[in-house]
Design a protein around this ligand. Structure first.
Ligand SMILES: NC(=O)c1ccc[n+]([C@@H]2O[C@H](COP(=O)([O-])OP(=O)(O)OC[C@H]3O[C@@H](n4cnc5c(N)ncnc54)[C@H](O)[C@@H]3O)[C@@H](O)[C@H]2O)c1
Length: 383
């Protein structure tokens, strides 16, 4: 079958997200399936150029996967005329300047979130990208997960009636790194290196709330650094300067209230690492990464508060499983495919650098809310 190639520079492929989700589970998976089928019957074949700081690591990854192109020279990679897309999964603090270079080089941009360390930087990237006339996209992977796709389907199908509230619980215990190694990179726990759970997770909550439920109009947040000392990848102790838990209230257009706890200092007694309960006048749902359960008003039990008696009902058994009714591919891959179609076929694409900037805005205003101890309204961003 005829195929067209598209050159993609991948920066940050030695990292957790860059390697596993973007290289292996998305782009190599697209190559494994013979390329991305296009409308005209041809296939789009990603040609990958790995970029990073450590040549030996890049070579090892390239050889492991039969790739032939890698370099530590980002500018040289961006200067190549056969490169159309720049992708960034570096640590957050390195992102903005690399994306600026790629925009200057006239490449389309696809990037991990958060798009920049502060709102001014994120907005500037979106403006520069628009002015350069390039296409741009930001990873919003949670939207492509089966649990949230089913939740979105319930909202669009009118299941909830009037939606009243959303309660989200995200988190798990991240080991301190002394007697058991930490399962997340240490930069996440240092503010100066772009760490912090607000900066990491509020951009995710922003697109989940905005895309499924409505515009986020105000935020009230409390943040904590519950664990002040951790141990890094070399076993050295360091001061954890970034927030490791955030307790947020998000007001949405239409009066919906979302409360989301985000924490790396909780132990999991849930079915999934993140779960959202949505309550509406007609029914409720609990959605995680993969699963979604519902309870309609017609099957809602009538519990009566009586602490003198043991619980008389098995509440969890009173919910119904929402069927998949679809095949769900890896969420990162699904979004990569949409972005590639946006670039080569001009398919519409809403998850752009402006959406990314709104996520950074929520993180920035969430942190300000916590610092100043007050509720903060969220202004609309001007293009
Ligand atoms: N979409 C998601 O669900 C999701 C999940 C986790 C992380 N992320 C985002 O992905 C990005 C990478 O996170 P990760 O967990 O893969 O991090 P990681 O530490 O595993 O990887 C970071 C990558 O950046 C590179 N890098 C470049 N300059 C660096 C520097 N000065 N110091 C350290 N590393 C440097 C590293 O070599 C590595 O390839 C972050 O921006 C993070 O916010 C997104």
């Amino acid at each position: 079958m005829a195929r067209t190639t598209i050159g993609i520079v991948l920066n940050g492929v030695t990292g957790r997200m860059g390697y596993r989700q973007h290289l292996v589970r998305s782009l190599l998976a697209i190559r494994d399936q013979g390329g991305l089928p296009l409308r005209d019957g041809t296939r789009l074949w990603p040609e990958l150029i790995l970029v990073g700081r450590n040549e030996a690591k890049l070579r090892e990854i390239a050889e492991r996967h039969g790739l032939t192109e890698w370099t530590t020279d980002l500018a040289a990679a961006l200067a190549r005329p056969d490169v159309q897309i720049y992708f960034d999964a570096q640590v957050t603090a390195q992102r903005e300047k690399a994306i600026r270079l790629a925009i200057e080089a006239g490449k389309h941009i696809y990037t991990e979130k958060p798009t920049a360390e502060d709102l001014a930087g994120a907005v500037e990237l979106a403006r520069l990208a628009d002015a350069a006339g390039i296409k741009h996209g930001v990873v919003q992977d949670k939207l492509f997960l089966p649990g949230l796709r089913k939740l979105d389907r319930l909202v669009k199908g009118g299941f909830f009636g009037r939606i009243l509230s959303i309660r989200g619980e995200f988190g798990y215990w991240v080991f301190e790194g002394d007697w058991q190694p930490a399962q997340r990179p240490s930069w996440n726990y240092r503010s100066a290196d772009g760490g912090g759970i607000v900066v990491d997770m509020f951009p995710h909550w922003h697109y989940v709330l905005e895309q499924i439920f409505g515009r986020v109009t105000a935020v009230t947040a409390h943040v904590s650094t519950h664990i002040p000392q951790r141990w890094d990848e070399n076993g050295e102790p360091y001061e954890a300067t970034a927030d490791d838990a955030a307790y947020g209230i998000f007001e949405l257009s239409g009066g919906v209230i979302a409360q989301i706890n985000s924490s790396w200092t909780v132990r999991v007694y849930r079915d999934e690492l993140v779960e959202f309960q949505v309550d509406g006048t007609e029914g409720s749902a609990v959605a995680g990464l993969r699963n979604c359960r519902v309870q309609h008003r017609s099957t809602t039990p009538k519990p009566v508060w009586n602490p003198d008696l043991p619980a008389t009902e098995d509440f969890r058994s009173q919910w119904q499983v929402v069927p998949d009714n679809d095949e769900f591919d890896n969420g990162f891959k699904a979004q990569w495919e949409l972005f590639l179609r946006h670039v080569v076929e001009d398919e519409p694409y809403t998850w752009d650098l402006w959406a990314g900037a709104r996520g950074v805005q929520l993180a920035e205003l969430g942190l300000r809310s916590a610092r100043e101890g007050r509720r903060i309204e969220i202004p609309e961003l001007d293009a």
